[in-house]
Ligand binder design. Structure first.
Ligand SMILES: Cc1ncc(COP(=O)(O)O)c(C=O)c1O
Length: 447
């Protein structure tokens, strides 16, 4: 392969001219150039180093340059770069077995996709096939992917371009305690309220017509909303009561992000389907999928599975997945994420105490968000929902970037989700940068 673009400027200009970039108005863009990465760091076109404090899109859990995974992909490319999805091949069989064995013990088989959106697309289809029902419930503060079905599943503004939507997609409210209309006495009271509301909504929609309830086990880009105690078990009970499938989207929360292999392990709940992507290969090669229960797997023994993708269970993705999971195990990454998460939590609580612009911090493992407000008492968000005409949040990301701290913002949240391999020293040093920037933000808000 011969590369003709050499200078950072040329790469950026050519990208602006020929690439359509996601989720942006193209004219104002000046695409940042990335030339390489190692561990938790990456370098831009000018050679400036950044702490990658979002693990790119909360997927690069093992950081950059992992030799084991790179080698596995290289070896697989030489052995068999591609085989159609109907063939049984060693890496395909092995990865599915590994995943089923690590998932909750009610799980039986995996349908592989390329990423998270298509994992959810296929989970929707399977839920409809298995139940023979047509309605799909999901929450307002959710992101499930940008393809048409996954975008209809999504609750937040990235859904709007796909509307009027697919009939039968119903939204319900999240247990977002910080902004709840009621001052709940405790978690149990909140759970009782939200599960009660959901139960009523199921009945109003027609108890015989709901195929599945989709939820991010812990809401990710929409603010790391951690469910109150008993909430997920409450959803499980409702699903059992009405014959609805419970589908947990673990695209962001799976593979150690919350200090457990899957976020559901924090709650002792067993969904019918778990969708995953991101951390299973950490982006070294694309793969995602839907893990289905033994019951669903048995259903398709004598019912036609009407799902398929040319690149389902791509050999390079499977090889990367096996090597990534082996690395997580050998290096003790999952427990490490849990330990580092304790430190991150302490740092975030200090940040909340010390900054007028920080309304709330939420964290579990190395998955966290800082919620920014104009006023701590009134909780008025720093930017209104779905509306940031002055581009305040992108400016903040720019201020962090200037100091070598890379992450992304969504609505009035800053996401902090570093690679799970981060050391204590690196975590403290990076979060000191966040602290400095928040001092500047404190000066910008009304008190
Ligand atoms: C919870 C969740 N589900 C699904 C997706 C979509 O995954 P992908 O971008 O791989 O299609 C994402 C992506 O951020 C996500 O966070």
């Amino acid at each position: 392969m011969e590369l003709e673009l050499t200078s950072a400027n040329e790469i950026s200009e050519t990208s602006k001219k020929y690439n359509l970039h996601s989720w942006s108005t193209q004219g104002a863009l000046k695409p940042k150039v990335m030339i390489g990465g190692e561990g938790i760091y990456f370098w831009d076109g000018e050679g400036k180093r950044y702490y990658d404090m979002s693990s790119q899109l909360v997927n690069l859990n093992i950081g950059y340059g992992n030799k084991k995974v790179i080698k596995a992909i290289q070896q697989q490319a030489e052995r068999l770069a591609f085989s159609g999805p109907s063939y049984a091949i060693d890496v395909r069989s092995q990865l599915a077995k590994m995943i089923v064995e690590m998932a909750p013990d009610n799980m039986g088989k995996v349908f592989f996709t390329l990423g998270g959106a298509d994992a959810n697309e296929n989970a929707i289809k399977m839920a409809k096939m298995v139940t023979g029902r047509n309605k799909i419930f999901s929450r307002y503060r959710s992101y499930h992917g940008s393809t048409y079905g996954a975008a209809n599943l999504t609750g937040e503004p990235r859904r709007y371009t796909c509307e009027p939507g697919i009939p039968g997609f119903v939204k319900f409210f999240d247990p977002y305690i910080y902004r709840a209309p009621i001052n709940f006495e405790n978690d149990e009271a909140a759970t009782k309220y939200y599960i009660g509301q959901l139960r009523e909504q199921i009945i109003y929609e027609g108890r015989q017509s709901v195929a599945a309830i989709f939820l991010e086990t812990i809401t990710g880009s929409n603010g790391v909303i951690i469910p109150p105690k008993g909430y997920l078990n409450g959803v499980r009970d409702l699903c059992d009561e009405f014959g609805i499938l419970m589908v947990c989207d673990e695209v962001m929360t799976g593979w150690g992000r919350t200090g457990e292999w899957f976020a559901v392990n924090n709650y002792d709940v067993k969904p019918d389907i778990i969708t995953f992507a991101k951390g299973v290969t950490c982006g070294y090669a694309p793969i995602g999928g839907a893990i289905v229960s033994k019951t669903i797997a048995a259903f398709f023994d004598d019912h036609f599975l009407s799902c398929g993708l040319t690149y389902s269970a791509h050999p390079l993705g499977c090889a990367a997945g096996i090597a990534t999971i082996e690395f997580y195990k050998e290096a003790g990454i999952i427990n490490q994420a849990k330990d580092r998460g304790v430190l991150l939590g302490e740092i975030l609580e200090d940040i909340k105490r010390n900054h007028a612009c920080v309304g709330d911090v939420r964290y579990i493992g190395l998955f966290s968000a800082i919620e920014l407000v104009k006023n701590k008492e009134s909780k008025k968000p720093l930017v209104e929902y779905g509306y940031d005409p002055e581009r305040i949040m992108p400016k903040m990301i720019g201020m962090l970037g200037e100091k070598g701290f890379s992450t992304y913002a969504h609505e009035n949240f800053l996401i902090i989700a570093p690679p799970l391999i981060i050391t204590e020293r690196e975590l403290k040093d990076a979060m000191a940068i966040m602290d400095e920037v928040l001092i500047e933000v404190d000066k910008m808000i009304d008190r």
